[in-house]
Design a protein around this ligand. Structure first.
Ligand code: C5P
Length: 223
């Protein structure tokens, strides 16, 4: 394998309701993070996995993942971007392709990990998996008054894993200013082209209680 996968898993999961940090919430009896790491480890290109866990849970997460796959676990930060930077700093010499994958996208198929890695290997410095946007999107202002309608055909919903040539991701994090919600956004600021590949419905981000119910159902029918 020539790929390292960074797994930011240090978020609180406020939108999911009260409880444990999101990556540790159970989905069909196992934490989201366990589902996510199992699928990442099943991708043949993957050489190294580094998880960024909540600082208070680093030891527990190490124990949790030991039977799942060989992983390094580091303490995450207050923002997702800081968690990714901490994980990136822990990648050993070797892998020249780095993927960043949210623990919350617990049912992401190994095939998506492979297709993102392959697009980087083929020469793209930065790759994001995307789906078309199905809803009409409106921009709203004060008082929830609609300002305008965005041309949906030019929009994509972006998932993870996002893939990068290692040197490009490192440069993007070194240059980073205000925290962004994804790593490709940092790379865009460097002026490096970011290329889209087809995403997967199974890579949905478990964010709200509805998503957890949907993920349970997908697992029950064989995801
Ligand atoms: O909050 P959101 O759903 O955007 O989080 C995306 C991913 O980033 C989750 O897997 C979450 O655990 C992770 N995260 C993190 N450190 C933070 C905030 C979020 O690793 N401080």
């Amino acid at each position: 394998g020539d790929v390292a996968v960074l797994v930011p898993a240090a978020g609180a999961g406020v939108r999911l309701g009260p409880g444990a940090p999101k990556a540790l919430r159970p989905l069909a009896g196992e934490p989201l993070l366990v589902h996510a790491v199992r699928r990442i480890a099943a991708a043949p290109s993957v050489h190294t996995i580094v998880v960024a866990a909540p600082a208070a849970d680093v030891g527990a997460v190490r124990q949790l993942l030991a039977p799942v796959a060989p992983v390094a676990v580091v303490a995450g930060g207050a923002e997702r971007q800081a968690s990714v930077a901490a994980a990136l700093a822990a990648v050993p010499a070797g892998p020249e392709i780095v993927l960043v994958h949210d623990a919350a996208r617990a049912l992401t198929p190994p095939e998506l990990v492979e297709s993102v890695a392959e697009a980087v290997r083929a020469g793209h410095d930065a790759v994001v998996p995307v789906l078309p946007v199905v809803d009409t999107i409106k921009e709203v202002g004060a008082g929830e008054v609609v300002l305008g309608t965005v041309d949906r055909s030019a929009l994509r919903a972006v998932q993870t894993p996002q893939g990068f040539r290692r040197s490009v991701l490192a440069a993007a994090h070194e240059a980073a200013g205000d925290p962004l919600t994804d790593d490709a956004g940092l790379v865009e600021k460097l002026g490096v082209p970011v290329v889209c590949v087809p995403g997967s419905e199974y890579a949905l981000k478990v964010t709200r209680p509805f998503d957890l119910a949907l993920a349970e159902h997908l697992l029950a029918i064989g995801a």
